[in-house]
Design a protein around this ligand. Structure first.
Ligand code: PEP
Ligand code: MG
Length: 315
């Protein structure tokens, strides 16, 4: 089965009844991008790689070179560049961020970027330069309030102006949905974006108040908890209320679980972004999905009391 999956990795994936589902790769380096064999796109580029293990922030030229290398490795496939997502579990010494009692509830993700407008401006300029030559999506992490997205979009407009070559034709904008309130308010964000990408890693920790990576809470912090799945469903419902198409993706770990593919597709997710090594098997899992049955599975999962019962449904 694995051989068959690898053999077909380059083919697009659709359910048995013909619903297209994009399968992307999560990329944290140019090497990952090269390993993303068969991926339809890079659904999440964690640009932190460019900022870690150094004494000062990379300048615009350096960032441009790093993002361009990824775009070139993807050779015409779309690249979703997520703006810097540090703070929380990923502090950076040279940003001299204040100590926080609860870093996961603190100044992280887009909050930090908006508090350091120079940092965000440089990064967006680098992204815009690459977007003139490659299909690029920009994605903002840890968005909580619509105002934050409005401010981030304004910073992007400023970057387009600073680069001075007009708006890159293919440049699309999206946000990560990883704060429960953002999932519940998806309809308020949808008019302002081209896509919503659910980060189930953070969404799970915030929905269940169970810190990610805390081994003692591993059983509790399960992305298959019906409470988390209800937030996925709410995101899809909110996205559908916009008067333009807003694709809903999942780029957290759950997307890479081939047993969860039918469930996520049944909930209305149409893009899964996964570790490069999981692309082929997730595509193969998509091909086995029957949309009607997947919808029934989603309805049943939402009615379950807990994650183990959902897992039992997945077989
Ligand atoms: C997530 O939170 O699910 C996600 C994809 O982002 P990260 O793991 O980088 O926080
Ligand atoms: Mg996250």
């Amino acid at each position: 089965r694995r051989d068959d999956a690898l053999h077909r990795a380059h083919e697009p994936a659709a359910t048995r009844d013909g619903t297209a589902v994009l399968v992307g790769a999560n990329v944290g380096s140019a090497g990952d991008a090269r390993a993303a064999v068969g991926a339809d796109l890079a659904g999440l580029v964690r640009t932190e790689f460019c900022f870690l293990d150094r004494d000062s922030a990379p300048d615009v030229d350096e960032q441009e070179a790093a993002y361009r290398a990824i775009a070139e490795a993807l050779d015409g496939r779309r690249v979703t560049l997520r703006t810097l997502d540090v703070g929380g579990d990923k502090p950076l010494d040279y940003l001299s961020m204040p100590r926080e009692a609860n870093p996961f509830l603190g100044v992280r993700g887009l909050r930090l970027a908006l508090a350091r407008p120079g940092l965000l401006a440089d990064q967006l300029r680098a992204i815009v330069r690459v977007a003139h030559d490659h299909p690029v999506d920009v994605m903002f992490p840890m968005v909580t309030a619509v105002d934050e997205l409005v401010a981030a979009r304004r910073a992007l407009d400023d970057a387009v102006e600073a680069v001075g070559r007009g708006r890159p034709a293919g440049l699309r904008v999206g946000i990560m949905v990883e704060v429960p309130a953002a999932a519940l308010k998806a309809a308020a964000f949808a008019p302002l974006v081209d896509f919503l990408s659910i980060g189930t890693n953070d969404l799970t920790q915030y929905a269940l108040a169970a810190e990610r990576g805390n081994e003692e809470l591993a059983a509790l912090a399960d992305a298959l908890d019906p409470g988390v799945l209800a937030l996925v469903a709410a995101t899809v419902e909110g996205a559908a209320r916009a008067d333009h198409d807003v694709l809903v993706a999942v780029c957290g770990e759950l997307a890479g679980d081939e047993r969860a593919a039918a469930l996520l597709i049944g909930l209305g997710v149409r893009e899964l972004s996964v570790a490069p090594a999981a692309v082929a098997t997730v595509k193969q899992a998509v091909r086995e999905v029957d949309l009607g049955r997947a919808r029934d599975l989603a309805t049943a999962a939402l009615a379950c009391p807990d994650a183990p019962s959902v897992r039992a449904l997945l077989g």
